[in-house]
Design a protein around this ligand. Structure first.
Ligand SMILES: Nc1nc2c(ncn2[C@@H]2O[C@H](COP(=O)(O)OP(=O)(O)OP(=O)(O)O)[C@@H](O)[C@H]2O)c(=O)[nH]1
Ligand SMILES: [Mg+2]
Length: 440
């Protein structure tokens, strides 16, 4: 069961509660069973699942709803709180200028990719990262790093021919002048764990990193907890980054298992692209997989946007949606990162948008923009007037095919319908709609 599937089944549970005609003991027991099933198929530890379901059931049956909360909201809140508790505490991660970060982890876990993602994260916060490539075991490790980091204009130091990581590290440190954070990539392939830990210890002595971040592939499920513990005991890690949560059937297991160790989860990797890294926040994570939308992430991203993005959101909330909004939305989305991942953060949209709509490629978005740039303001504000003769004119003007314009109109109409349904339809009186209104 991938996270997406877990999210689907948990979202169904939320809906079951939201649309139940009666909240009684029978429903609560049913909900608890559903949660158990969802978590167990996500590889979450049996004992954790049993503890959680017992707590949810006890609280749901015994606790009185807080003033102002309906019975449904009360149950939803309990489910939400207990799931968040399963994933542990939130730990803010922002290294101070001058910090040193050492990245460790087994081969293929995603160290190198994550270093590039993390560099982007730091750059966005005004820090200048500098990467030293000291993985002398993986063939072409330096080249991989240079290639991946190309779009970031990142300073990378490496010596492709040198097999001695300590030498590379020392020279690399001499070269680090105008930089705020030094990140070190290390080898993950050794003939034994002992050898790996020995090299790590040698490096630690020279590098003296402030942060020792362990990168773990989440597809190993509950084993992630064991791995985190082993690395922690050997070299004292300061945090864990769980990668490949996008595709992993055992993501739930990995997350909950690491959350129980003494190593905080700092980030999660949710894809192969540079933008696919998120600071880990149990609260936010759970609201997202519950389909309640990721208001917090969205707010954070929105802060990085200009007024354009905000007006856009307001129009969506008002239930009006024109091609001008679509244009602004595309502009905003292109600034924020991969479209699919952003869509999931908007309350309700993640689950109610048809697959085609969230899977439109970035290339296509750019094409749509070109087309819309050839439209008149009237056409964009009143898309209804776009008939076939206008389509032909727009195609000529933008150097595109009429089919492409029709495709854009289909996309626009799909979006519009989905947004409308979300605002007025199924979620009209539900908690989601209320959250949306609160967002305004
Ligand atoms: N889907 C997905 N793939 C990822 C993620 N993080 C890394 N990968 C992929 O995992 C593979 C291994 O990543 P690397 O960054 O090379 O891993 P590494 O730990 O540096 O591996 P070695 O250098 O061989 O020790 C690559 O194909 C990455 O694209 C993620 O969050 N999601
Ligand atoms: Mg690597």
């Amino acid at each position: 069961m991938t996270l997406e599937m877990l999210s689907d089944s948990l979202t169904k549970i939320v809906k079951k509660i939201t649309f139940a005609s009666l909240i009684d003991e029978k429903l609560i027991k049913e909900v608890v069973k559903d949660i158990q099933r969802a978590l167990l198929t996500s590889d979450v530890n049996v004992k954790l699942v049993m503890d959680l379901s017992k707590t949810v059931e006890d609280r749901a049956l015994k606790e009185k709803p807080k003033p102002g909360l309906s019975k449904k909201e009360h149950i939803l809140r309990i489910v939400y709180e207990e799931l968040v508790a399963l994933l542990g505490e939130k730990e803010e991660f922002l290294p101070a200028a001058g910090s040193r970060i050492m990245m460790v982890g087994l081969q293929g876990s995603g160290k190198t990719t994550t270093i590039v993602k993390l560099s982007k994260f730091l750059q966005k916060r005004g820090l200048r990262p500098y990467v030293i490539a000291a993985d002398t075991k993986r063939p072409a490790a330096y080249e991989q790093l240079v290639q991946l980091s190309e779009p970031l204009n990142l300073a990378v130091y490496g010596e492709p021919e040198n097999k001695n990581p300590i030498e590379i590290l020392k020279k690399g440190l001499q070269g680090a002048k105008k930089t705020d954070v030094i990140i070190l990539d290390t080898a993950g392939r050794h003939s034994s764990e002992k050898e790996l830990f020995e090299e790590m210890k040698e490096i630690l002595e020279v590098f003296k990193p402030d942060e020792r971040l362990l990168v773990i592939d989440s597809s190993i499920g509950q084993q992630a907890g064991v791995q985190a513990q082993a690395f922690h005991e050997a070299v004292g890690i300061t945090g864990v980054i769980l990668t490949k949560l996008d595709g992993s059937a055992k993501g739930g297991g990995a997350l909950s298992a690491v959350a129980r160790t003494s190593s905080p989860i700092r980030f999660i990797g949710t894809g192969e692209k540079i933008a696919d890294l998120e600071p880990f926040d149990p609260d936010r994570f759970i609201s997202r997989i519950l389909g309640m939308g990721d208001l917090k992430t969205l707010m954070e991203k929105a802060r990085e946007l200009d007024e354009l993005g905000k007006d856009q959101m307001e129009n969506i909330l008002k239930g009006e949606f024109t091609l001008v909004d679509l244009q602004n939305q595309i502009l905003a989305l292109r600034k924020m990162g991969p479209i699919g991942s952003i869509m999931k953060m908007i309350p309700g949209i993640g689950m109610s948008l048809p697959k085609e709509a969230s899977q439109v490629t970035e290339e296509k978005m750019d094409k749509f923009m070109t087309i819309m740039n050839s439209m008149t303001a009237e056409e964009k504000n009143k898309p209804k007037i776009i008939n076939s003769s206008r389509i032909r004119r727009i195609a000529r003007g933008s150097g595109t095919k009429t089919e492409e314009i029709k495709e854009l109109m289909t996309y626009y109409n799909t979006m519009k319908r989905a947004l409308k349904a979300m605002m007025k339809g199924r979620f009209g009186k539900g908690p989601l709609a209320r959250m949306m209104r609160g967002f305004r």
